[in-house]
Design a binder for this molecule. Structure first.
Ligand code: SAH
Length: 397
């Protein structure tokens, strides 16, 4: 039996947890000292010792664990996890049935009832990402829950928690049969190369699926497109397939060049007709301005925080200036696709950056489209910050 302890919730937080807030915050806890072992079950009680909720202790960069149930008598055992996983898989039925898409999220943490863990599907392979040592202690239960998952071939995992200041990157294979990498997956008929055993990122950010599809189907035809922070070139590939006259991909990481070529080739696009540039985007902006280069579409999807030799970029401090640089190389009537995955930034605040950037550049704009997380990235209304993705298509008019 797993140890269970009582955790006192401070009066001003108890209402929040009663209404279903799932993340157990450090500031809400009275008896922090008793949390000694990752993975123990915690019973949240108010100042009168009345039951509020049950969850587990696991330290992430945000929070001390997650609420799992508001029912006092519901056991947290193998059946609990099995049930949650079954429900989650069922909710993705439409994705499993779509022959054009073989990569999607099947379990999205608190959105599917268990915070701190996500599971993605890649053509028969299930990738579990663990966000704390605490949730990792439930590994056997989660793996058991996946045994009967559709088209099951095997399981890989990533431990995304800090262990002595370093993310653990060991062999990520767990069970089933081993995949041969790169795996080729389909997304709305587009092919992408996936590696489940090469560090934290697998080659494709599944949460941008709808954005990629929109660029391909609605915006790319006959346009010149520059993709900043292009990683493996996924946006560029979709733009090219959608009829862009030319794409330019810019990323500072050396690996982005072969990975982008690979994705173009998988889709029978001659990569020599496209530009793939390994460089700091801030340097490239200066070059493009000097050469008076202009693009019909500028895609901006930076990491929340990045440091290169010359530059530190943080979304909250620097996005406005990034937009101003982008504006200088955007054609009139052109589109800027502004994206961020920063959970601490609201859509309202993000749009205010856009508004200020255009004003300060003396340009006007019209918002054409907005995206947040796609359907497979289930979220709950009690945890708004879980819906972290914000993408805005802005037209310079
Ligand atoms: N837009 C991509 C994902 C971007 S991930 C997609 O949808 O697939 C962030 C990328 O930004 C990484 O590949 C990283 O190498 C790159 N990056 C970070 N700082 C950069 C900089 N200053 N210049 C260019 N690329 C940078």
């Amino acid at each position: 039996m797993r140890q269970e302890i009582r955790i006192g919730i401070k009066p001003k937080f108890s209402q929040k947890y009663r209404s279903g807030y799932p993340l157990i915050e450090k500031e809400a806890i009275v008896n922090l000292g008793e949390l000694n072992e990752e993975g123990i079950l915690v019973k949240l009680v108010d100042e009168h010792q009345r039951f509020i909720a049950k969850g587990y202790y696991g330290r992430q960069n945000k929070g001390y664990g997650w609420v799992l149930t508001q029912k006092e008598t519901e056991p947290i055992d193998q059946h609990f996890f099995l049930r949650k996983i079954e429900q989650a898989l069922k909710a993705r039925q439409a994705f499993y049935n779509d022959p054009e898409t073989t990569a999607f999220r099947v379990f999205n943490g608190e959105g599917d009832g268990v915070g701190g863990v996500t599971i993605d599907y890649f053509d028969g392979y299930y990738l579990i990402q663990w966000y704390s040592e605490g949730i990792y202690t439930f590994k056997d239960d989660v793996i058991h829950g996946l045994q009967a998952a559709p088209h099951f071939k095997g399981i890989y995992e990533k431990k995304r928690f800090d262990s002595k200041g370093k993310y653990i990157e060991d062999d990520d294979f767990v069970t089933g049969t081993r995949a041969e990498f790169p795996l080729t997956v389909l997304e709305n008929g587009v092919r992408f190369a996936i590696n489940l055993n090469e560090g934290a990122m697998v080659g494709l950010f599944l949460d941008q699926r709808d954005v990629r599809n929109t660029i391909k189907n609605t915006y790319a035809q006959g346009k010149t497109v520059i993709n900043m922070f292009s990683y493996t070139g996924a946006f560029s590939v979709c733009a090219a397939l959608g009829g862009a006259t030319k794409t330019t991909s810019v990323d500072v990481a050396n690996r982005s060049l072969p990975k982008t070529i690979e994705n173009f080739q998988l889709n029978a696009i001659d990569e020599t007709t496209q530009a793939i540039i390994v460089e700091d985007v801030f340097k490239y902006f200066k070059y493009a301005v000097r050469k008076q280069l202009k693009f019909d579409m500028v895609i901006l999807d930076p990491p929340s925080f990045a440091r290169t030799k010359k530059h530190t970029f943080s979304v909250t401090k620097d996005y406005k200036n990034l937009l101003k640089e982008a504006l200088e190389i955007t054609e009139d009537q052109g589109i800027i696709v502004a994206s961020t995955n920063n959970s601490s930034l609201s859509m309202g605040k993000f749009k205010s950056f856009i508004d200020t950037a255009f004003k300060e550049s003396g340009a006007s704009y019209r918002i054409e489209e907005e995206f947040s997380l796609p359907r497979d990235f289930r979220t709950i209304k009690e945890f708004e910050e879980g819906n972290y993705l914000k993408v805005v298509f802005v037209r310079k008019v």
